[in-house]
Design a binder for this molecule. Sequence first.
Ligand code: SF4
Length: 246
Amino acid sequence: MIPKTAGTVLSESQVRAFQKCNQLYAFGGDVKYNLNASIFKSTIEMMIVDALKKPINNPKLSFPKYLQRSMVKHKVHEDLLFGQIQDMMSTMSYRLTDFWDVFKADNFIPVIGPRHFRTIVSKTPIDVYVSCVFMQKQNKTLNILDFTPHSSEHAQVNDVMLYIKMKAIEAFQRKDKRITPVKIHSVGLTEGDVFLYRSFTYKNLQQELLERTTKLVKGIEIGMDMPSLPCKFYSCPYRSMCNPEV
Ligand code: SF4
């Protein structure tokens, strides 16, 4: 049977949309990073891009200039008031410190900066975005840094992209036996800007998640449709289409 995805490459955003709600996927919707999570992500990615050229010895001292750059990129000075910008800078400073407490510069060497990889799940190619692949100096493991757009721990640990990204990077491992299988670090922010962090290996990724990932992609391939029930996802832009009475 020819899958409905034949000839197309799915993006990670489309896969996440389907996981959230297949109507959302059908409408062309996606799962977005909120503003703070976007700024947090791009600040760290800017630092990684520079660290690939020249090591940043003390990231905790260096991040203010990258944070400023990231805020300019996201046009916060046009959209927010002075007090809101000050609050944002203060919150982000705490969260960036949390991040660099986990990813101590002495322990990791960045290998590849932000870029896309392609992998195949079931019969469908999927493009995934990886913020950084780095090597842990001590045990030579390849590690993936991934920013989750989800704002709850439950959604973070059940994100099918964890498995798909590990699969994509595994193909890039050298045949060198000293490099052990990949590990993925998922970081993000909750709605209240609490730092979310979990790490996973193939071993501790739930078996159920691995099976669910393949099942989900197969669901996209057959164009699986589910009846849309009255939905309480108030911020969804397609709500009026699923709930005509709203
Ligand atoms: S309103 Fe609900 S059911 Fe409709 S697309 Fe959005 S999340 Fe899905």
